[in-house]
Design a protein around this ligand. Structure first.
Ligand code: GAP
Length: 518
C-alpha cells in the first residue's frame, strides 16, 4: 500500500471518528458515492458556504444571490445540451470487471509523464543550486522535452477524438499507450461507450399525467432561466453576476474517492453576465479572484495550480480548473469557464421568449456573454479537511494528531475546560460559554485529564481551548491555548472575547484576499 493511500484512508476514518462525514445509510451497508455530514461536518460545510457567499454576494455590489428549485422544466436540459452531451466515455476492464472513464485513464497516463519531467527538473535544480535556470532547462533538456511533448501530444489527440465523438479512436489510444487496469493489471478492454449522467424521475400522480424530469446536474441552469427576472427586478446593468448554492446530482460511474466524486453533491456557482467581446478580460479577472479566495484561507500556494482545458465543454470558449493537491494528487477543485452566450441563446430558442439585455449606452439589445465560476462544496471540504489533518512529532518525543482547519471554518471555535469537576470551576466555565456562545460555537469538556482533552480538541479541529483552574477563582484569569502552536497565555476572562472575536472574524479573514489580488 502506498503512503498516498494510507494518508487518504486516515482522512476518511478521521472524518468518521470525529463526526464529520459518514457513508449514507451505513446500517444497510451504505449507498455508493452518497455521504452524510454529521455534527461537525455540517458546521464545516456551512462555514465554507458562508465564506463563499459573503465573498461573492456581500463583497460585490454587482452580484446577487438566488435559490432556484432542483426540479426544472425538462426542456431546460435539452436547451443546456445535457440531454445530448452530458456523457462520460466509459470503458470496462474484462478481467477485473471494473468500469473506468476512458478520458481519466488517458489523463492519468499523461500526468505520469508530467511527473517524470518534474523529477528531472528537481534533480537538476539540486545539482545546479542557485545557478539553476528552470525555464532554460525545460526548453533545452532532451529528456524533459520528450516527456512534455509526449504528454501534450496525448492530450491533444484525446481532445480531438472526444470532440469528434470517435470512441474507437479513444480505445485505440488506450491500447497504444498500453494503459493497464490498476486492479487486474491487464490491458483487456471493452469498447468505449457514452453514458448519460443525469438521474431521471417523474412528476405527477398518474402514468398518463406524469412528466419525465431530471434531477439537476448543475445549479447553473437555475441562474440562466432567471437571468432576466433578476436583471429587471434588481435593476442591474452589465456587468453583473448571479450566485447560487445548491444540490446537484450526477450518476457518476467512477465514484471511488470519498466525497471527491459523489452522486449527490452541492455546488457554489456564479454566472457573471458581460458584454460580448469582454470575455477574455473577465475570464482572467475571475481566475485571479477565485485563486485569491482560496489563498485567503492560509493554505500554502503550492497546493493550487491552474489547468487549462484542452477539450472544451460544449458551451465554453475558454476554460481552466483550479486544481488542488489532494491526498491522491492534483485534481480539479473549481472550474472557471467562459460560456459565451450559449446558454441564454439556447434558452431563447427553446422557450421562444426573448432573453436579451437592453444596453442603454449602445441603444441596442443583445444576449450577454457569461463567465462562470463553479466549485463543489464537498470537494472544497475535502481539500481543506485533508490538508488540515496532520500527524506532528513533538519535542517530548510523542506525536499528536491535529486537524489544523482555518479558524474561520472550524466547526467549534472554542472548548472551555474546567481543570477539575468541582470547587466551582465548572460553573465559571459555563459562565464563559454563556458569554461567548452568542458569537461563536463553543463546547464544554470536563472528562479526562486536561492534556487528553487538549489532544481530543486538537484532533476535532477546535482552534482554541480555555482552561479554568483554581487561580481563576482568585484573580479571574484563565489559560488560552492555541491549537496550532500549542502556545498557552494567561489572560483575564474579560480579555478573552475581543481576542477570540478577532481570530474568527469573517471580515479579517476575507480581507486577506486583498493580499493576493492587488
Ligand atoms: N456549471 C458547470 C459545472 O457544473 P463541472 O466542472 O461539471 O462544471 C463544477 O462542476 C464543480 O462541481 C467541479 O469543479 C467540482 O468541484 C464539483 N463537482 C462536479 N462533479 C462533482 C461530483 N460528482 N461530486 C462532487 N463535486 C463535484
Amino acid at each position: 500500500m502506498t503512503n498516498t493511500n494510507d494518508s487518504f484512508k486516515k482522512v476518511i476514518s478521521h472524518a468518521k471518528e470525529y463526526g464529520y462525514v459518514v457513508q449514507s445509510s451505513e446500517i444497510y451497508d451504505g449507498l455508493g458515492a452518497v455521504y452524510d455530514y454529521l455534527q461537525n461536518g455540517v458546521e464545516l460545510k456551512n462555514n465554507i458556504k458562508e465564506y463563499w457567499w459573503k465573498a461573492m454576494v456581500q463583497l460585490h455590489e454587482n452580484i446577487l444571490g438566488i435559490d432556484s428549485a432542483i426540479f426544472m422544466h425538462p426542456t431546460t436540459w435539452k436547451a443546456s445540451g445535457h440531454v445530448d452531451a452530458f456523457n462520460d466515455p466509459l470503458i470496462d476492464n474484462k478481467d477485473s470487471k471494473k468500469r473506468y472513464r476512458a478520458d481519466v485513464l488517458i489523463e492519468e497516463h499523461a500526468e505520469k509523464l508530467l511527473q517524470k519531467a518534474h523529477k528531472e527538473i528537481n534533480k537538476a535544480a539540486k545539482r545546479f543550486g542557485d545557478d539553476f535556470d528552470e525555464e532554460m532547462f525545460k526548453e533545452t533538456n532532451p529528456r524533459v522535452q520528450s516527456y512534455l511533448s509526449k504528454r501534450e501530444d496525448i492530450l491533444q489527440r484525446m481532445a480531438k477524438h472526444l470532440d469528434a465523438n470517435d470512441l474507437n479512436a479513444v480505445k485505440e489510444l488506450i491500447l497504444e499507450l498500453e494503459i493497464a487496469c490498476p486492479i487486474s493489471g491487464s490491458k483487456n478492454w471493452t469498447d468505449v461507450k457514452q453514458f448519460n449522467l443525469m438521474f431521471g424521475t417523474e412528476i405527477g400522480a398518474s402514468a398518463e399525467n406524469s412528466m419525465k424530469l431530471y434531477l439537476r446536474p448543475e445549479t447553473a441552469q437555475g441562474i440562466f432561466v432567471n437571468f432576466l427576472q433578476v436583471q429587471k427586478s434588481g435593476r442591474m446593468k452589465l456587468p453583473f453576476g448571479i450566485a447560487q448554492i445548491g444540490k446537484a446530482f450526477r450518476n457518476e460511474i467512477v465514484a471511488r474517492q470519498f466525497i471527491f466524486r459523489m452522486r449527490e453533491f452541492e455546488q457554489m456557482e456564479m454566472q457573471f453576465f458581460i458584454k460580448p467581446g469582454t470575455q477574455h478580460e473577465w475570464y482572467e479577472k475571475w481566475k485571479k479572484r477565485r485563486l485569491a479566495w482560496h489563498l485567503s484561507l492560509g493554505l500554502d500556494k503550492e497546493n493550487y495550480r491552474f489547468h487549462k482545458h484542452e477539450k472544451l465543454a460544449h458551451y465554453a470558449d475558454a476554460a481552466a480548473d483550479i486544481e488542488f493537491n489532494f491526498p491522491f494528487g492534483f485534481k480539479e477543485l473549481e472550474g472557471i469557464h467562459s460560456r459565451t452566450d450559449f446558454d441564454l441563446s439556447s434558452h431563447e430558442e427553446h422557450s421562444g421568449k426573448k432573453i436579451q439585455y437592453f444596453d442603454n449606452d449602445e441603444n441596442k439589445s443583445y444576449v450577454p456573454y457569461v463567465i462562470e465560476t463553479s466549485i463543489g462544496v464537498d470537494r472544497m471540504f475535502l481539500a481543506i479537511f485533508s490538508k488540515a489533518l496532520q500527524e506532528e512529532s513533538l519535542e517530548n518525543g510523542t506525536t499528536r494528531t491535529v486537524l489544523k482547519l482555518p479558524a474561520i471554518l472550524a466547526p467549534v471555535k472554542v472548548a472551555v475546560l474546567p481543570l477539575i469537576k468541582k470547587d466551582g470551576l465548572p460553573e465559571i466555565a459555563h459562565q464563559i460559554i454563556d458569554d461567548l456562545k452568542w458569537d461563536m460555537n463553543t463546547v464544554y469538556d470536563e472528562k479526562d485529564a486536561v492534556g487528553r482533552r487538549y489532544r481530543r480538541q486538537d484532533a476535532a479541529g477546535t482552534p482554541f481551548c480555555i482552561t479554568v483552574d483554581h487561580q481563576t477563582i482568585e484573580d479571574r484569569t484563565v489559560t488560552l491555548r492555541y491549537r496550532d502552536s500549542m502556545e498557552q497565555k494567561r489572560l483575564s476572562i474579560e480579555e478573552l472575547k475581543p481576542i477570540l472575536l478577532n481570530e474568527v472574524s469573517m471580515s479579517s479573514w476575507l480581507q486577506r484576499m486583498k493580499n493576493f489580488t492587488d
